[in-house]
Design a protein around this ligand. Sequence first.
Ligand SMILES: Cc1cc2nc3c(=O)[nH]c(=O)nc-3n(C[C@H](O)[C@H](O)[C@H](O)COP(=O)(O)OP(=O)(O)OC[C@H]3O[C@@H](n4cnc5c(N)ncnc54)[C@H](O)[C@@H]3O)c2cc1C
Length: 437
Amino acid sequence: MAGSEAAWQLAERGHEVVLVEMRPGVPTGAHVGDRLAELVCSNSLGSVLPDRASGILIRELDALGSLLLGLAREAALPAGGALAVDRERFSQAVTSALTGHPRLRLLREEARGLPAEPAIVASGPLTSAALSGALAQALGEDQLYFYDALAPIVEADSIDQTVAFRGSRFGRGQDTEGDYLNCPLDRDEYEAFVDALVNAERVDLRGFEAAVGKGVRAGDGVYFEGCLPVEVIAERGRGSLAFGPLRPIGLKDPRTGRRPHAVVQLRQDNAARTLYNLVGLQTNLTEAAQRKVIRLIPGLAGARFARYGQMHRNTFVNAPRVLEPTLRVRGREALFLAGQITGVEGYLGNIATGLLAGVNVSRHLDGRPLLELPRTSMIGALCRYVTHADGRTFQPMKANLGILEPLLERPRSRPERAGAYAAQSEAAISAIKASIL
Ligand SMILES: Cc1cc2nc3c(=O)[nH]c(=O)nc-3n(C[C@H](O)[C@H](O)[C@H](O)COP(=O)(O)OP(=O)(O)OC[C@H]3O[C@@H](n4cnc5c(N)ncnc54)[C@H](O)[C@@H]3O)c2cc1C
């Protein structure tokens, strides 16, 4: 996805491009064909509604002349408010456009090492082992991750703060009020939560997602011990969560003056404090099951999810440590990353980073300064988020309203807020359009 968009943007700006694709000779385990821009799972790129994060991103990509978005529209299927595509038609159209471009050559081979600069690495969540090894060597062994265990993220204003209290274990932390929001559970609430968790529906892990290397067998999946899904920990014993990620030690509920039986901690996930991450609650439950089970937690009955938890194989770099918001690798003259490997999630976000990387390599070749997009745009906000998150706990992020620059005046209703964000994005994109096109 990202590589196709990047290659097109570069070629359209007059540069000779070699696009290296290892399929079909070397498979990824998820792609089934040999075409470019194959959608590995859902055929939906997301909602087109202008008040949704994906809708805002779609309008930005349209305004900036994205090839893939244009072809997605041509291959669109009826899907209510979503941009869903006929996946065969879409990837065929991308393949034809790229292979038919006079300045673009498609090379079907595995890149086993880092390419000569200038180059963009956009090898995706299922980057081959050889290239992953080369990246790890160049960036640092501990700056590349292979497996993703995501905890859900909820919107701050959907947390009931008459129930959740602020505080850090033993009063440690930077904020005098406490860095975390804590949802206290009494014994009955804890038992009900554990019951719901172990009985909830899980996502089937496909064969390729089974972890490589050291893992523990648990249920029908194979997981790394360090990132066990919360439902698997719960299965190990009724008290295992209360002694593990939900341990109440060092916390006192100010309303009762007592230590709760268990506590779900929520950690601030962005500078604007609009998003909170459920600490240690990485999960492989279906989205419907997550809504049901997480809303049993006191304080989260009305939780709105900015991101659901999930587990899958995912190669991505520790972007806050190794990447600039221009998508250039820190300390390198002209090595760029794009797509899922940057930590930006989702088809649209991947296309967007491909577009920016292509534009920036072109600017580099033309001797012009690299572009960093404003955080009032969704593309800019995504690049900013992944490069400025906490490098100790970094996890991928997809487009959502919570990462955008906070509004100067925040309308009270959600639709009005979304409208204001959309207007902000439109202004940002029209201001930078001339530098990009
Ligand atoms: C199983 C799975 C399901 C997903 N489902 C969704 C979904 O439903 N919706 C969504 O929005 N996002 C989904 N994603 C996340 C992500 O949006 C997609 O994976 C997206 O295709 C990533 O785009 P990309 O350009 O980064 O990588 P890709 O589209 O995967 O492109 C990377 C390309 O690089 C090639 N490659 C890898 N290593 C090498 C090498 N060494 N040499 C040469 N070529 C190489 C691969 O063959 C591949 O064609 C999913 C991810 C996975 C793994």
